[in-house]
Structure formats: structure tokens, C-alpha cells
Design a protein around this ligand. Structure first.
Ligand SMILES: *Cc1c(COP(=O)(O)O)cnc(C)c1O
Length: 457
């Protein structure tokens, strides 16, 4: 550690922003397993993926060997509107905790979508536009991804159709209206507008929907319409690639001050922010240059890494998407209705799943009341009202800092603060009223999800 004084916020110059995305797959000894055709169980080819995704994105999805992929200048210019994002030294939190640990967070909430998702939304919309497409379809849960995509589409003049999980559509009208303000059409899912939606409604009348189900509808909406493609905000290799800007910027900023993180923490829903944050650091670990302790944090009520199976599974409830090999709770898994903290997806990015299976990363679960307690503590000293999702990482960062207090170790902790929580006040209200309950699914409940896993030879 150098004697240089570390500022509260480490900003980068525009000229120091990354010019390439980093593809961690290039340095993985065990590559993530290929996507399989759900009918034949053979690896999906470029041609089979083309009707679903844009050509350039299919290339990125299948590319396990190119380490650095240039970021087109137009995307870099868009990034400049809200990046580089600050790397903050949490001096106030350290003081409050009376910990010898040094805590840093990379803050991705400084844009209207309120999260890191815009980093991939603009890239995916850019390639769709470049291919001359009319529009894109997608799913959204709480609405951050849909918001990010609608912003990117508005900027590039693309039509944007969002299938929003019904319970969020009804409970989170504000994000829905942000999307519509940016020109997107928003449909509550499951809906009567697609075959798969009608089928799900028939089988489960009154269902409040799930991400997996909204994905099925969005895929059908894209593949049944000329000039449309489907885009996904997490899980896929291409999304982790785009999100590597988070880790690349963080690493450049830390290198400027000779800071080496000991522990790197991120919340894990589908794995995109965590994958993006850790990618360049994981690359060093994979190449044997440095060692880091990576921690993925997931909700106890949706524990895909810690209690899931590492198996081929459907990415969606309607079983229309390719199969991905990942840690999964089964595509039929729906978290308990009282779960308010986000990170509800049943599976985990195949890249992160493989890294975890290879023992390169730890995973931990946290219960939601403990998550909101950490959120509140953080908000009161650091001034940022964090998203519930991000607060999973805050929880474990605080836990690790408190361990340092006991042992006297001066560890350096870096965590991803993925976004702000202004649109999540119904969840905060529950917590503030003391009405928030924790729910941990039983083994029997999880077994029901595993029973629905496809049999792949
Ligand atoms: C979507 C989202 C997440 C989780 O998604 P990942 O793909 O796991 O990163 C985390 N935090 C915020 C603020 C989000 O919007």
C-alpha cells in the first residue's frame, strides 16, 4: 500500500475508461458448458441462435477464446454519459463499524435506470440497430432491466416491448411508467398476447408470474415477429462480457492507488454484475498472477448456487429457450410470495456456475431482514439508499468488516453497489413496519423444482 492519501471517491478520466470488454472465458481452463438445443440436446449453433439473438451477440455468446473484445466507439460514447462510475472508499461506514478493514464500493446507480443493467442494454440495442432490426423484446422482474433497455432503445430509435412479471407490474407502477416514458410498451406477464402465456394461465390461473415465464413470452414475441430479436439482461455470457466494464474500471482505479482487494463481494441474481465486477480479477487468479477471495451473495429464499443442482436446465418456464448448464433450482421454482429483496431468478450464469463448481469462488446466503438491516445502516452513513439486491452485498461486506474487527486484520474489501432503491419503497415499508419475514425453502420444496429438471444424457 502506497502512502498516497486515498480520496473518498476515485474517479477515472474518460481516457482511462476501458476500450475493450474482457472475456473471462478466454482464461478459464474449464469453459462454461455450451447452450443446448432443447429438442435435440445438441450444442446450439450460430445458425440456430440467429433467429433469437442479433448476429454480433451470438458471436459474443459463443466466443470462449477472445480475451479482449473492442467496445464500439458509439457504445463508449454512450457510456461517457454516465460512466466512469465512482469507486468509493466507505470511510463513513468504516468509522461507524469501528473496523480496521478498508471498504470500497463500485457504485452503478448513477443513471436513470438506477442500476448496472444499462451497461449491457446499450450494447445489445446497439447491435440490434446496426443489424437494421425494428425492435427488441425482453422480460423484466422488478423493472430495472426493462428501464435500462427502454432508455437504450429510445436513444437508438428502436421499438422496445417489455413483458413485466405481473406482481411487479401491479406493485411497482413507477418503474412501469418510467419505461413507458422512454417509449416502451409494457405487458404484464403471463398475458393473453402469446401462446405460451395463454398456456401458463390455463394451467396456473391467477398466477402472479415469474421471470422464467416472462422470458418465454418475450422470446415468442420476438421470434414470431419480423425484424425483432430477444434480449436478456443477465445470465448469458454476452451480458457478463458487457458488464466487465464494472470490474475493469474498478481495477484501473484501484491500481492507480496501489490498492489490492483481498475480498471481492457481489450480489448474485443471474450473475451479471458479479461476473462483470470480478472478471478482470478472476482473470488474474486464473492466470496465476494474483489471488482474491470472491463471494457471491444470494437470498436464502432463492439459493441457486448454495442449494441448487449443477445441471442442464431451461432458462424459462415455458421451456422454449436453449438449455443452459448452471446451478439451478429448476425452471418451475418460484420464490415465496413474501420475498421482497429481488434476485429471484431460478438459475445462475453458466460462467459463474463453472467458476463456483471449480472452487474459485465462495457463495453465501443471507436472509432478507438482515439484508434490509444492512441497507438501512449503509443508507444512514453513506448517504445512498441502496437497492435491496445490492444490499445483499452490503450485508456480507459488513459481516466481513466485523470479522476484521474481531481479528484486527486490515483487509481490503471491494463490493458492487449495483443500484439505488428509490422504487423499492414498498419493500422498505415492510421492513420499517416490522412486517418483513424470512423464508427458507425446505428440502422438499426444492426437490419439487429439481424433479422438473430435463434429463440430458
Ligand atoms: C438486476 C439487478 C441485480 C441482479 O442481477 P445480476 O444479473 O445478478 O447482476 C442486482 N442489483 C440490481 C440493482 C439489479 O437491478
Amino acid at each position: 500500500m502506497s502512502a498516497k492519501e486515498i480520496p473518498y471517491k476515485i474517479y477515472l478520466e474518460e481516457s482511462e475508461m476501458p476500450k475493450d470488454w474482457y472475456n473471462v472465458r478466454a482464461h478459464m481452463k474449464n469453459k462454461p458448458a455450451p447452450l443446448l438445443n432443447p429438442g435435440t440436446h445438441k450444442p446450439m449453433t450460430f445458425e440456430e441462435l440467429q433467429p433469437v439473438f442479433c448476429d454480433e451477440l451470438v458471436k459474443q455468446e459463443l466466443d470462449d477464446t477472445t480475451a479482449y473484445i473492442p467496445i464500439p466507439e458509439e457504445i463508449r460514447n454512450f457510456y461517457k454519459m454516465y460512466r466512469p462510475s465512482p469507486l468509493v472508499r466507505a470511510y463513513c461506514l468504516e468509522e461507524k463499524l469501528q473496523t480496521p478493514a478498508k471498504i470500497y464500493y463500485k457504485f452503478e446507480g448513477n443513471n436513470t435506470s438506477g442500476s448496472h443493467k444499462l451497461n449491457s442494454a446499450i450494447a445489445q440495442a446497439y447491435y440490434a440497430r446496426k443489424q437494421g432490426l425494428k425492435g427488441v423484446t425482453t422480460e423484466t422482474g422488478a423493472g430495472q432491466w426493462g428501464t435500462a433497455l427502454s432508455m437504450a432503445c429510445a436513444y437508438l430509435g428502436l421499438d422496445c416491448r417489455v413483458y413485466m412479471v405481473k406482481v411487479s407490474y401491479e406493485q411497482k407502477p413507477f418503474r412501469r411508467e418510467v419505461m413507458r416514458t422512454y417509449g416502451a410498451s409494457v405487458t404484464p406477464s403471463p398475458s393473453e398476447t402469446t401462446q405460451v402465456g395463454r398456456k401458463i394461465l390455463e394451467r396456473h390461473p391467477g398466477t402472479t408470474g415469474s421471470l422464467g415465464c416472462a422470458i418465454s413470452e418475450a422470446v415468442e414475441a420476438a421470434t414470431s415477429r419480423e425484424g425483432y430479436r430477444y434480449v436478456l439482461g443477465s445470465v448469458l455470457n454476452q451480458v457478463l462480457l458487457h458488464q466487465s466494464v464494472i470490474g475493469l474500471e474498478a481495477k484501473t482505479a484501484m491500481d492507480k492507488y496501489d490498492i489490492k482487494p483481498d475480498i471481492i463481494i457481489g450480489c448474485a441474481g443471474g450473475g451479471s454484475n458479479l461476473g462483470g465486477l470480478i472478471s478482470p480479477f478472476m482473470g488474474e487468479k486464473l492466470r496465476g498472477e494474483q489471488d482474491y477471495h470472491f463471494i457471491a451473495v444470494e437470498p436464502a429464499s432463492c439459493p441457486s448456487l448454495t442449494r441448487g443442482r449443477f445441471a442442464y436446465d431451461f432458462c424459462d418456464t415455458g421451456m422454449v429457450c436453449p438449455l443452459a448448464k448452471m446451478y439451478t433450482l429448476g425452471s418451475g421454482f418460484i420464490p415465496s410470495a413474501n420475498h421482497a429483496g429481488g434476485l429471484r431468478y431460478h438459475g445462475m450464469s453458466p460462467v459463474l456456475s463453472q467458476l463456483y463448481d471449480d472452487g474459485l469462488m465462495e457463495a453465501r446466503t443471507v436472509e432478507q431482514t438482515a439484508v434490509f438491516e444492512a441497507a438501512q445502516q449503509f443508507a444512514r452513513v453513506e448517504g445512498i439508499l441502496p437497492a435491496p439486491e445490492s444490499s445483499h452485498a452490503i450485508r456480507v461486506a459488513i459481516d466481513e468488516a466485523m470479522k476484521c474487527k474481531e481479528t484486527g486484520e486490515e483487509k481490503t474489501i471491494l463490493f458492487g453497489l449495483t443500484g439505488t432503491g428509490y422504487f423499492d419503497m414498498v419493500a422498505y415499508e415492510k421492513y420499517n413496519n416490522g412486517e418483513m419475514a424470512d423464508y427458507i425453502p425446505t428440502d422438499a420444496e426444492l426437490q419439487a423444482g429439481f424433479d422438473g429438471l430435463p434429463v440430458v444424457e
